[in-house]
Design a protein. Structure first.
Lengths: 268, 253
């Protein structure tokens, strides 16, 4: 039989397998999330462990979000300026930069970077603990590994991501100022007054609300992939990579839904 | 102390344990032999309910572990020590934190001073008190096994399960670890089940041997009778083990 014929014969099976794997993952992730909500309110509360993860995740992500935040604002202002000037709306540049960053770009880009850095880290860490039997060792010593390893990491992600987003938003606004200052010579006081005049509390709320959900997605996907890893060291690599892909995809899909919902709520 | 009744465990179509029964009395040390993949580790994991079998019953210290509630199972687990094949030290924690971990969570009334004393005592028992502030990746294979052993005994278990305690170690360290396990067992008077395919380790630790092959127990009796058995499989198995042990010994020198 020719190679092409074999491929043709196998393809429907591969496709079918991928579909079933996809639904298995979604079901597994749903049960995993339910497990989180079941455990999160029960004592003992591992505050020290949550604090440790918050510090760890914050420090790990800070350098990259610092650079990203600044560049988002700078590039956004540089790209938008010629267009706005062409339509005689150059003075709206500070408002446009701040609104875009606070409502959409800040939360989504921070979440995607956070997913790349943290979801893979959690996936790798937990999967390596799984394959070296550390999770089993915890269970045998009568400690609930799900509560100690998973719940604490997810909570840390939910707490730290909104803080990082606020920081990115701030840096992006500063980056935007630099671009406008270099091209138009606008003073900082005038820039910041325009920014604050154009921003309302309702602009911050959907953005920050979203980051709580994005933080949960990053934590749950990384933990799910790592906690259920199999196949030794190969499984560690697979858990880490697939955690990033899945978390990023879920962030984008959730963002699409949340934007629709927030637009409906705010417009009405 | 441990009663295994008609236990069957399979992974998909592969039957790993096929209707096996085993009874280990209080204070007894039993060594479980068998080739790789015969279900020795699976048996240990079933005893602590890390794996759930298709059928059968396991009674540990009077509790049927598949019937009791999670809370009771955790209470029971506090009285069981498990030394994993790769030691399973928590690699984000220092040796001290690894040893303190079960104490902090399971013995909440214990003061920090008492905990410190227990950690030092456990490390003295395995002759590694200098490693207290080291991280697991700074330890050799033999040291990891010792620290794993210290973490296993620190909660003063009534039953200890050893999963290949000497695998991957040189013959001198095998002898040291086996001797250490033997000394600790005598000192703490615990029941133990040791899974191994190391004859030297078995000879030091125990007098009772159980041999697993293709999911079934094919021998349960004295270790001396086993090594002189006329059974073809057992003769073959122990000849190979002896040759391998000799080779390891020569290479080790």
């Amino acid at each position: 039989m020719k190679q092409e014929d074999i491929k043709e014969k196998e393809n429907p099976q591969i496709f079918g397998k991928s579909i079933s794997e996809f639904f298995e993952t979604i079901a597994g992730l749903t049960f995993f999330a339910l497990g989180f909500f079941k455990e999160v309110f029960l004592p003992p509360y591992e505050f020290a462990e949550i604090k440790k993860h918050i510090e760890d995740l914050g420090i790990k992500t800070l350098p990259i979000v610092t650079v990203t935040g600044f560049i988002i604002g700078l590039v956004l202002a540089m790209q938008s300026e010629p267009v706005l000037v062409r339509f005689g709306a150059g003075s709206f540049l500070p408002s446009m930069v701040s609104l875009s960053v606070v409502r959409e770009l800040g939360p989504v880009l921070t979440a995607l970077i956070f997913a790349g850095r943290v979801s893979s880290g959690i996936g790798a860490e937990l999967s390596s603990m799984r394959v070296t039997e550390q999770i089993d060792a915890m269970e045998v010593s009568a400690v609930n590994p799900f509560r100690f390893l998973v719940v604490t990491r997810i909570l840390a992600c939910v707490i730290i991501l909104p803080i990082l987003t606020l920081y990115v938003n701030f840096l992006a606004v500063i980056g935007g100022f630099l671009a406008i200052f270099l091209s138009q010579g606008m003073h900082f006081k005038m820039y910041i007054t325009t920014v604050f005049k154009s921003l309302e509390f309702t602009d911050f709320l959907p953005g920050l609300g979203k980051t709580l959900i994005f933080g949960f997605i990053v934590g749950i996907v990384g933990s799910y992939k790592g906690y259920n890893a199999t196949n030794g060291t190969v499984g560690v690599g697979r858990a880490s990579t697939s955690a990033v892909v899945m978390a990023s995809l879920l962030i984008l899909i959730t963002d699409m839904v949340l934007v629709r919902i927030t637009v409906m709520i705010w417009n009405s | 102390m441990v009663e295994v009744k008609n236990l069957t465990k399979r992974f998909e179509d592969h039957v790993v344990l096929d209707d096996i029964s085993l009874d280990v009395k209080k204070g007894e040390n039993a060594v479980v032999f068998g080739r790789s993949g015969t279900g020795k580790s699976v048996l240990l994991k079933c005893i602590v309910k890390l794996l759930i079998p298709e059928s059968g019953e396991i009674i540990v210290d009077g509790n049927s572990i598949f019937d009791i509630k999670m809370k009771d199972l955790n209470e029971l687990r506090k009285s069981i020590g498990f030394l994993f094949q790769g030691s399973a030290l928590y690699d984000s924690m220092s040796v001290r934190e690894n040893l303190e971990f079960p104490l902090i969570r399971n013995k909440k009334s214990m003061s920090a001073e008492e905990r410190q004393e227990k950690v030092i005592k456990a490390l003295q028992d395995v002759s590694l008190e200098d490693a207290i502030n080291k991280m697991p990746d700074e330890l050799s294979g033999g040291m990891k096994k010792r620290i794993g052993l210290a973490r296993t005994i620190i909660s003063e278990p009534k039953l200890i399960l050893y999963d290949e305690p000497t695998t991957g170690l040189d013959p001198i360290t095998v002898k040291e670890i086996s001797q250490l396990i033997n000394d600790l067992q005598k000192k703490l008077n615990v029941t133990s089940i040791v899974v191994t395919h190391d004859l030297l380790c078995a000879q030091i630790i125990s007098e009772r041997a159980v041999v697993l092959n293709e999911g079934k127990i094919i021998y349960d009796g004295g270790l001396d009778e086993l090594t002189t058995s006329n059974d073809e499989f057992l003769k073959d198995f122990f000849t190979n083990e002896n040759v391998q042990a000799k080779n390891r010994s020569v290479n080790g020198k």
